[in-house]
Design a protein around this ligand. Structure first.
Ligand code: ADP
Length: 682
């Protein structure tokens, strides 16, 4: 650190810059001890340079100025190099700024008036411990999840800082997104949005796609239920926008009656996306979206999402937003296209929107009786015919039923699903009853691979990690620290030579429960390590195993964490050597892509989006990025895991494989461009 000589000095985390030449005592007091670690990005460097040049112009310290310019040039080159490596260096917590620099920097960058802003413009790995002893190691958790000896404390993964959603605004200008010449107004209607309202991949995708389109210059708004479980303090800039009436049907004394449900719209920002949150006004008399969870709270989901679909259209109508595109997702919002074309288009302020439906998973298609559909205030009989939303399988049953997903397909202008292979699989009959409907509508149906948001999933900046890394920048050393951190925290053997396989998944039959169980028992038997993070309606068997044969007392190699935690998942991706995704079917899958980004090799069953994204290393040594098996039996899994572990044994080769895999590009750019073309084609 420089303390005494005259300097306006940028010191980065990797190399301390030398003090610059001497100057007068007067200048020493004003610009002395201006010390910072961190790389400054282009714009800031330019402004800083102008300021510094002005400051030096009045003195005769030309050698100082030259030296300063040299240092700035060097930093710029380093930034270019890091950008080229795909490392987004927007912020560095380690930045250590002497108080004296603040007035100068804030003067240099008038729009950035706080230290926080300055930090966001700085680069470097966010946390870069030089030695093991710099790391504050966690206290191992006990069976009940608290650190040993301190029951009042949170488990270790919850004590780390969270990623700050506000950072996203500052990261936006760092993307290479091509700006559109034809900005569109896009309104998404969705049940999930990461990070606050996320249960699985749907939340990640609405956030990632929404942000990708926003960065291209489109005007994107995401309409979301105002779930009671959302933490208000984590919604940035939350404001009440308006109250309006939403028609809501119900049976009263044997008669269908429509009453008006007062609804409030709030605006805000969640994870870098502009949101509109809708909430029934009448809190005392309505259960809608109440409870401590997104799904499975204390409300009737079908009734609530039908109300939400109608409320979204009412909001779009009264707000006069008149979007070009309404993009709906999953069965929960399929009533939107149905109601839009029957009740709104041409009859209200909504007169130009076209509708895109994305099917993220055909596991649930939204079964609905005619009278249940009346929750929208519109009689379901209108849709209860073969050409509209009648579920053909129920013909002759009492009662016959609607299928909301079918209605969504029929009434949308375009229908997408989340990978090309899943699109093919569904057309080939693997989509159950919906396969026929999609075949009949195949001209408007296509698969677009999901991406992951590279600013949100970025091991160089991820605040939840004890050590950050990027390809070419401390990947091996700092991944080792993350692994050790997880091993200590979970009470596993602290041993880097043991391959660590993790699985982060909803625990439902789709995800290959029997294969996850097999991997758990085989890992224990073979002396490998395995950590599961998951929850869901098939988690009962795992709960038992977690408390018995794989409890802290009984196993030093396997830990089963039956819970949901974003922070723990991030730490696990960073710590892992391998991430297992043995799905029976997988529309896209994001975990294998996140794994790669965090330098872990995916081990996957070849189905849907997993087949589109993972190439077996033993079949293709140049492009291989994981390990793939085909059949859903134990032997196929065991063989594949064995091959993966074999690759791990040659640590040098494995480290370079990790570096290469972390550079594979599954960001939103390519898929975002495909969605942009789709929107423009409507
Ligand atoms: P799906 O949408 O079918 O659940 P995806 O692979 O598309 O599967 O997306 C799963 C997302 O949810 C990933 O971001 C993954 O990290 C996350 N996730 C799944 N289970 C958990 C959990 N128990 N805790 C934290 N995150 C989880």
């Amino acid at each position: 650190m420089i303390a005494s000589s005259q300097s306006t000095t940028l010191v980065n985390t990797c190399c301390s810059l030398k003090p610059l030449a001497r100057d007068s005592a007067r200048r020493r007091t004003s610009t002395d001890r201006i010390i910072t670690k961190g790389r400054y990005r282009g714009r800031m460097i330019n402004r800083a340079r102008q300021k510094i040049e002005r400051a030096f112009a009045s003195s005769s310290a030309s050698s100082s100025r030259e030296e300063m310019m040299k240092e700035i040039k060097k930093l710029k080159e380093e930034n270019e190099e890091l950008k080229r490596m795909g490392v987004r260096l927007d912020r560095c917590d380690d930045v250590d700024i002497d108080d004296d620099i603040l007035p100068i920097i804030t003067e240099v960058i008038p729009s950035s008036s706080s230290l926080k802003d300055v930090l966001k413009k700085a680069g470097g790995l966010r946390r870069d411990p030089r030695r093991d002893s710099d790391v504050e190691w966690p206290l191992p958790i006990t069976m009940v999840g608290c650190p040993i000896g301190d029951e009042d404390k949170k488990p270790f993964w919850e004590t780390r800082p969270k990623n700050d959603a506000n950072e996203l605004f500052f990261a936006d200008d760092a993307t290479a997104a091509k700006k559109t010449k034809n900005p569109l107004k896009i309104s998404h209607v969705t049940a999930e949005l990461a990070p606050l309202a996320k249960v699985g991949g749907l939340g990640d995708v609405t956030q990632g796609l929404g942000r990708a389109m926003k960065m291209q210059g489109h005007d994107v708004e995401i309409i979301l239920p105002f779930y009671q479980s959302l933490v208000h303090g984590e919604i940035f800039d939350l404001k009440h926008v308006m109250d309006f009436d939403v028609p809501k049907g119900m049976k009263w004394d044997g008669e269908n009656k429509v009453s008006m449900m007062k609804t409030s719209a709030y605006s805000g920002n969640i994870g870098g996306c502009n949101v509109i949150l809708l909430k029934p006004h009448d809190e005392a008399n309505s259960n809608i979206f109440k409870g401590g969870k997104i799904y499975g709270g204390s409300y009737n989901e079908l009734d609530a999402y039908l109300y939400f679909s109608r409320a979204s259209l009412e909001y779009l109508n009264v707000s006069r937003r008149n979007p070009d595109v309404i993009h709906v997702h999953e069965w929960q919002t399929c009533a939107v296209p149905m109601l839009y074309w029957e009740e709104y288009h041409g009859k209200t302020n909504l007169n130009k929107a076209k509708i895109v439906l994305t099917i993220h998973n055909l596991d649930n298609t939204g079964e609905c009786r005619e009278e249940e559909f009346f929750a929208t205030g519109v009689n379901g009989a209108k849709f209860n015919v073969i050409e509209k939303a009648l579920d053909e399988r129920t013909i002759g049953h009492n009662p016959e039923r609607l299928c909301l997903m079918k209605g969504g397909v029929i009434y949308s202008n375009k229908v997408t699903t989340v990978s090309p292979t899943y699109a093919k699989e569904t057309l080939n009959g693997n989509g159950g009853f919906m396969s026929n409907i999609l075949k009949q509508n195949k001209d408007k149906f296509l698969g677009i691979l999901n991406g992951i948001d590279y600013q949100l999933w970025n091991p160089a900046l991820d605040a939840t990690l004890p050590a950050n890394f990027a390809p070419g920048n401390k990947m091996t050393e700092n991944k080792k620290i993350c692994k050790k951190y997880l091993q200590i925290g979970l009470g596993l053997d602290v041993d880097d030579s043991k391959p660590l396989i993790v699985c982060i998944s909803r625990l439902v039959p789709q995800k290959g429960i029997h294969l996850i169980e097999r991997a758990v028992t085989q890992s224990e038997a073979n002396g490998n390590q395995f950590v599961l993070l998951g929850s869901g309606h098939s988690d009962g068997g795992f709960k038992r195993m977690a408390n018995e044969e794989f409890s802290q007392v009984n196993s030093k190699n396997v830990r089963l964490m039956i819970t949901y935690s974003d922070a723990l998942s991030r730490l696990m991706y960073a710590a892992a050597d391998f991430v297992l995704v043995p799905s029976m079917f997988e529309p896209c899958g994001l975990t294998q892509m996140i794994a790669m980004r965090y330098g872990a090799l995916p081990i996957v069953r070849s189905t849907g989006g997993l087949a589109d994204t993972v190439i077996d290393c033993d079949c293709d040594s140049v492009n291989g990025n994981g390990f793939v098996f085909h059949n859903a039996d134990n032997n196929s899994l065991d063989d594949c895991v064995l091959r993966a572990i074999k690759s791990f044994k040659d640590r040098k080769k494995f480290a370079s494989l990790q570096e290469r895999v972390a550079l594979v590009d599954y960001g939103w750019e390519a898929s975002g461009n495909m969605y942009a073309s789709l929107y423009e084609s409507l």
